[in-house]
Write a protein that binds this ligand. Structure first.
Ligand code: GRF
Length: 186
């Protein structure tokens, strides 16, 4: 089975997923795609020996260039791991029920356009939530709205700042995301 990861930022989840499947004979991350030429995920791909492709907005939104790359790669599953653009319908239609995303909160709360990274954890803190977590879901045309596949929770203490909450959520991501991907592929 062939996984393609989309990432816009640091790529710690991408690295975790690549490493997890390195030991599994049937599944491999065949490429990482990014919309940011400066994304740290590209350094991780160099170090890990995983092909990486950069695309700009017109290529992504107004052409089939990215769809063609994915079909050329024979992708069985597209995994969004810190990818910040909405997925255009040509990509959704080319890979029905084959695009999944991880969101660092318990959707449907704290989701939608603009709710990403530290902003999510800041909002959790400001609203004095006592728990937060991760949501892994299928991707449709709208931000963070597809069918939910998996959720995991962690407690939030009053003394936790956004950084501490982010660390707790990252731990859940690293623990669960690869295993959920494996299950989706089986
Ligand atoms: C993660 O918190 C993920 O839930 C969200 O974006 C962040 C990506 O972090 N979608 P990284 O780039 O994998 O380190």
């Amino acid at each position: 089975k062939r996984i393609v990861i989309f990432a816009s930022g640091s790529g710690s989840n991408a690295e975790n997923i690549i490493s997890f499947f390195r030991e599994k004979p049937e599944v491999a991350v065949v490429a990482v795609l990014t919309n940011k030429s400066s994304a740290k995920v590209l350094e991780r791909c160099d170090r890990l020996g995983v092909p990486a492709f950069y695309f700009n907005k017109p290529a992504f939104k107004d052409s089939d260039a990215v769809v063609n790359i994915l079909q050329g790669l024979n992708a069985d599953l597209i995994v969004l791991a810190g990818f910040l653009w909405k997925i255009p319908s040509n990509l959704i239609n080319a890979f029905p029920n084959k695009i999944i995303n991880i969101h660092p909160a318990l959707l449907p709360k704290y989701g939608g356009k603009g709710m990403y990274g530290e902003r999510v954890h800041q909002a959790i803190k400001e609203n004095k939530e006592t728990e937060t977590g991760i949501t892994i879901h299928y991707v449709n045309e709208n931000y963070d709205e597809g069918a939910i596949i998996f959720q995991a929770k962690t407690t939030v203490e009053p003394s936790d700042d956004a950084e501490v909450i982010a660390q707790k959520v990252h731990q859940l991501e690293y623990e669960h995301f690869p295993k959920v991907i494996e299950k989706v592929l089986s």
